[in-house]
Ligand binder design. Structure first.
Ligand SMILES: Nc1ncnc2c1ncn2[C@@H]1O[C@H](COP(=O)(O)OP(=O)(O)OP(=O)(O)O)[C@@H](O)[C@H]1O
Length: 244
């Protein structure tokens, strides 16, 4: 069963295409890494799946049974100046159930505490998020994802600027989601992590360069091809390759 399918999907900004004519599907329960050079369109693709960016043409569909999508944006896009505690950030994972003004019951409080404990942040509940380290903040955001209980989980560079211990802990949560048959799509730059945790990889450079088993995709030839595709002069004009 497919969890996400792309049908000639083109995404971009102000009518300038960034990701061109993507076709294919992510199987339900799959762990898929999205890799590619800077500016390849990885974050754009994740935003398209999350529904935060409408397609310029074509479509992206998420299976009805897995409609609940959780999305972790890049750390740089998260406003940490907002005066809110770890507990409140994590509890937002329950908004779908409690609503903006809904009360948090005893059961909900237990679930929030459980999620905070699962990411190793017990004792930090009252800490303002602006006073967390980058790794602690990422742990808090993963606790929120745990509560969201989504069928499809989208992670944009979840391990960037994270130390080895935190990365290992967060990858354990990804493995747990996989065991729970959730679909996880993550933008990653560390190929060793990809090869050891993510069986499937999509290599993008404004279009799909290769998509399949991670070991088949992450070859020097494919990576070189991706770099060249992004550096090609006609990219500067952001022309559609199929329109040429
Ligand atoms: N909001 C935006 N408005 C206009 N152009 C954008 C916007 N966001 C991204 N772009 C452009 O789209 C292209 C792809 O960006 P995107 O962030 O998707 O790449 P990426 O593969 O995630 O890169 P990185 O590895 O550096 O995070 C880039 O040329 C970028 O400048």
């Amino acid at each position: 069963m497919s969890a996400i399918h792309f049908n000639d999907l083109t995404l971009g900004y102000d009518r300038h295409p960034v990701v061109h004519h993507l076709d294919g599907e992510v199987r339900s329960g799959e762990l898929l890494a999205i890799v590619g050079p800077n500016g390849a369109g990885k974050s754009t693709l994740l935003k398209g799946i999350a529904g935060a960016l409408a397609p310029l043409s074509g479509s992206v569909g998420v299976n009805r049974k897995a409609t609940r999508i959780a999305y972790l944006p890049q750390a740089a896009d998260v406003d940490r100046k907002f005066p809110i505690s770890v507990y409140d950030v994590v509890s937002m994972g329950l908004w779908r159930r409690t609503g903006w003004l809904g009360g948090v019951g005893r059961q909900d409080r237990a679930a929030i505490e459980h999620a905070i404990a699962a990411v190793g942040l017990t004792g930090f509940e009252d800490r303002a998020i602006g006073a967390l380290s980058g790794g602690q903040m990422q742990r808090a955001l993963f606790a929120r994802l745990l509560l969201q209980d989504a069928g499809v989980i989208l992670l944009d560079e979840p391990l960037t600027a994270i130390d080895a211990k935190t990365a290992a802990d967060l990858l354990d949560l990804v493995r747990r989601w996989h065991a729970e048959e959730r679909t996880v799509v993550a933008v990653l730059h560390d190929f060793e992590v990809v090869k050891s945790v993510f069986p499937q990889t999509l290599l993008v450079a404004r279009e799909a360069v290769a998509w399949g088993a991670s070991t088949d995709v992450l070859t020097p030839d494919n990576l070189m091809k991706a770099r060249r595709m992004l550096e090609a002069p006609d990219r500067a004009a952001e022309r559609c390759p199929r329109a040429a």
